[in-house]
Design a protein around this ligand. Structure first.
Ligand code: ZN
Length: 138
């Protein structure tokens, strides 16, 4: 599929700083891990790759709505905002995956959400509980 110009593969230096396994956004730019980025360029990308892109696109919509600076500051300093933003992005992702009869490793997401990557926004059991409910409800 054709990717919008704000979607890019991880720049090579990123692996020296952090291990971000699927994707992240910086302002309005979406960075995807190389395997996902390359898969999305194929005629028939994996549903999981598309779902990752959808997740990041939700973040970019919020950035556009709120402005790069406001989004960035709130995301870093407000755990409540950060959680809200992640949950609306996962909701979109889960909706798409369920439509396609796919499953998703909620345990992995729960671990990520309760880790340094999201600045310990939730404990692992809280994250697991919220994600299971979200998956059921979408
Ligand atoms: Zn996210």
């Amino acid at each position: 599929m054709r990717l919008p110009s704000n979607v890019k593969p991880y720049p090579p230096f990123i692996k020296y700083f952090v291990s971000l396994d699927k994707g992240f956004n910086f302002g309005k730019t979406i960075y995807l891990n190389k395997a996902i980025y390359e898969d999305l360029l194929k005629d028939k990308p994996n549903n999981l790759s598309i779902a990752v892109l959808k997740h990041e696109e939700i973040h970019v919509e919020s950035v556009k709505e709120k402005g790069v600076l406001k989004f960035g500051i709130k995301y870093i300093f407000s755990p409540k905002f950060r959680l809200h933003e992640e949950l609306i992005a996962y909701e979109e992702m889960f909706k798409f995956l369920k439509q396609k009869d796919e499953t998703y490793n909620l345990d992995r997401v729960a671990k990520a959400l309760s880790s340094h990557r999201y600045l310990w926004v939730l404990s692992y059991p809280q994250a697991k509980d919220i994600l299971q409910k979200l998956w059921k409800e979408v």
